[in-house]
Design a binder for this molecule. Structure first.
Ligand code: SOE
Length: 380
């Protein structure tokens, strides 16, 4: 019999739904020592959080996150609110001895993230950050192939995250749904929102990034602010590009934008090694493209691996070979690994410290873009 793990969810947006779905489904597919219980959902608006709580099956609601954290019947707090609120809530959770699952990016910047790392490590509470794409089975398979040494020496890492939803210049900034455009709430634009995913996966697959040179652009300079009703300066980056070097000597190129007309959420990555290369993209997320130079010349070429076999990461838990899974399953896998980690004492990654490294790369990206200079990345 598994034991209950009482979840308190703070926030109710798109990510609140993705995480709630994962808590509800995980024990149907994974054999775990704990089962999440949706104890309470919290947001300032009682009406809105009640609708969310009813829809997802939360037992109760709170309208003050401090009250949620004080509750004895909450084991783990899921922080699913705008980035500028992560730190204060996480510090309070750590002080109250609660486990924390925090939405990405962990913090507004490296120094803030470090305080959060120190707090959870001092308190000894389990912690994790929702960089979910590591747990798309095709991406996990890429990690396996790299760790097995199949690619050989790595020469190149390149990655993009392309969207197009902010091109309209009359789209306002700020408030529910549009806080990602408001620098006060988000800290940064596409760098923290999209590039952060690319960096997390890159550090995981290819190790630390040591030095970089970045540029950013804000294409729409002013937008009406939903909270003030006034036209205000836009403080976020709309697009961000950087090149750099990994500690293993490979070169990397990254691009993230919300101005790539026609692309909704095209996250891609490619790694070129001495023997083999891999490619993956989120629009075809169940496939991993693999080229191995050592194949017989008459059949040498790109293999399109349909990642649905029970021997491939996570897939034995789902259907039968040939039947694929989707985006929401990456969150289910993350909850399963988190629970596995607290059960066997081997914490699942990325924890706060791991996510702090991503934050340090982001800090270097924004500083480099501002100074127009190559910068070394602080390694933390
Ligand atoms: C932004 O549109 C967004 O929802 C990000 O916030 C997510 O992290 C990303 O996975 C998809 O795009």
């Amino acid at each position: 019999m598994s034991k209950p793990l009482n979840v308190g969810m703070i926030g109710y947006g798109f990510m609140g739904r993705a995480h709630s779905n994962a808590y509800r489904r995980v024990n149907n597919f994974f054999d775990l020592k704990y089962h999440p219980v949706l104890k309470a959902a919290c947001a300032r608006s009682a009406d809105q959080i009640k609708v969310f709580a009813d829809q997802w099956g939360y037992e109760s609601i709170e309208t003050d996150w401090r009250k949620l954290i004080e509750r004895k019947d909450i084991d783990v707090v899921d922080i699913c609110v705008p980035n500028n609120l992560h730190s204060e809530i996480a510090l309070a959770c750590a002080a109250a001895g609660k486990m924390i699952l925090c939405e990405k990016p962990l913090a507004m910047n490296g120094p803030e993230a470090l305080k959060m790392v120190e707090a959870v490590e001092k308190a000894g509470v389990a912690n994790m950050v929702w960089y979910n794409y590591r747990r798309v089975p095709a991406v996990s398979l890429a990690k396996q192939l790299i760790d097995e040494g199949r690619l050989g020496r790595i020469f190149h890492y390149r990655s993009q995250f392309l969207q197009d939803w902010t091109i309209k210049s009359d789209l306002p900034q700020g408030g529910n749904g549009l806080w990602r455009l408001d620098v006060e709430a988000a800290g940064s634009g596409v760098s923290g929102d999209l590039l952060a995913h690319c960096i997390d996966t890159a550090l995981w697959l290819n190790g630390p990034i040591t030095t970089l040179n970045a540029m950013t652009e804000t294409f729409v300079k002013e937008r009406m602010h939903n909270l003030t009703g006034k036209v205000e300066k836009v403080g976020i980056d709309d697009a961000c590009i950087f090149m750099g070097r990994h500690a293993n000597g490979s070169l990397c190129v990254f691009e993230s934008t919300r101005y790539a007309r026609g692309h909704k959420a095209l996250y891609t990555l490619e790694i070129n090694g001495e023997n083999a290369s891999i490619q993956w993209d989120l629009h075809d997320l169940h496939r991993l493209q693999y080229f191995d130079y050592r194949d017989d010349s008459i059949i040498r070429g790109w293999h399109s691996i349909h990642v649905s076999d029970g021997d491939q990461p996570y897939m034995s838990k789902w259907w039968v070979p040939g039947l694929q899974i989707g985006y929401e399953h990456s969150f289910v896998h993350q909850v399963a690994d988190f629970i596995e980690g607290i059960s066997n004492g081997k914490p699942a990654m990325p924890d706060f410290r791991d996510a702090y490294h991503t934050q340090l790369v982001l800090d270097a990206v924004l500083a480099s873009a501002k100074k127009h200079e190559w910068l070394d990345v602080q390694q933390g």
